[in-house]
Write a protein that binds this ligand. Structure first.
Ligand SMILES: [Zn+2]
Length: 251
């Protein structure tokens, strides 16, 4: 029987039978896997803490014919504080949904595991403004998935001069001679492009060192969300929900 010992983070789950759960776990060593956590919903089950959403645990799993089975799970971090705030919780759901979307099962991606774990850690600790954390995470995830936005050169001709628009569709900056290649490209300032560059190159733990002017931030936030949805070809309900909470807060 194949045994797998690995750290893992629960991306989502489905309750089945009377007390079981099928977990989708992003593991450090094997990428995304499906694992049955048998009996975890019984009140005294030792598997319950590591079978909750966002739970980060040391797992011992064994492989059955089509699923892994959770043999044991030792919880390291529940990110419990995320649940105290609806906006934070919604962002955490969005972050895990994104990670789920960009991974296929059984394809190892330790880098993604580390980025998501760190992002949830900083989200729970309030050390980094939530919007900056979100932009940094999304950009890093897109970079890992092969969709790094091109910000230093025109995506069409390669010129480094007069980069005045951003094309979501073409994946980066457009110079003033190439505007006709994407009529829907958005006007963008040099400062905004530079800030996207900082967000891409700064480690998650140091994102709190970036100061972003509010007008630039609103521009970047919208561009990044559109960029993600366009290139992953998916509309994220969790992001729609985040936007509705934000608009309520503005009223
Ligand atoms: Zn150009």
């Amino acid at each position: 029987m194949a045994i797998l010992k690995t750290q893992g983070l629960v991306l989502k789950y489905t309750d089945i039978n009377e007390a079981d759960r099928i977990l989708t776990v992003l593991t450090r060593d094997k990428g995304k896997i499906k694992a049955i956590s048998k009996g975890c919903r019984r009140p005294k089950s030792s598997l319950l803490p590591s079978s909750e959403l966002f739970a980060f645990s040391d797992f011992i799993l064994y492989k059955g014919t089509s699923f892994y089975h959770v043999s044991s799970g030792e919880l390291r971090e529940s990110f419990y504080d995320i649940r105290n705030d609806l906006l934070k919780l919604s962002y955490a759901v969005y972050f895990t949904e994104l990670a789920d979307t960009v991974t296929d099962e059984d394809i190892p991606s330790e880098r993604l595991f580390i980025i998501l774990s760190k992002t949830l850690y900083y989200l729970s600790r309030n050390e980094i403004p939530i919007g900056i954390l979100s932009c940094g995470y999304q950009l890093k995830l897109m970079d890992l998935s092969g969709f790094r936005p091109q910000i230093k050169k025109c995506v069409n001709c390669g010129s480094e001069e007069n980069l005045q628009k951003f094309s979501i569709k073409l994946g980066g900056a457009l110079c003033n001679l190439c505007f006709e290649h994407d009529k829907s490209a958005i006007k963008i300032s040099a400062g905004t492009l530079e800030t996207i560059g900082y967000l891409l190159s700064t480690p998650i733990s140091r994102l709190n060192t970036i100061k972003i002017d509010n007008t630039i931030f609103i521009e970047i936030d919208k561009i990044i969300v559109d960029f993600v949805q366009n290139h992953l070809d998916k509309r994220f309900k969790s992001m729609d929900f985040i936007n509705s909470i934000k608009s309520l807060e503005r009223e």
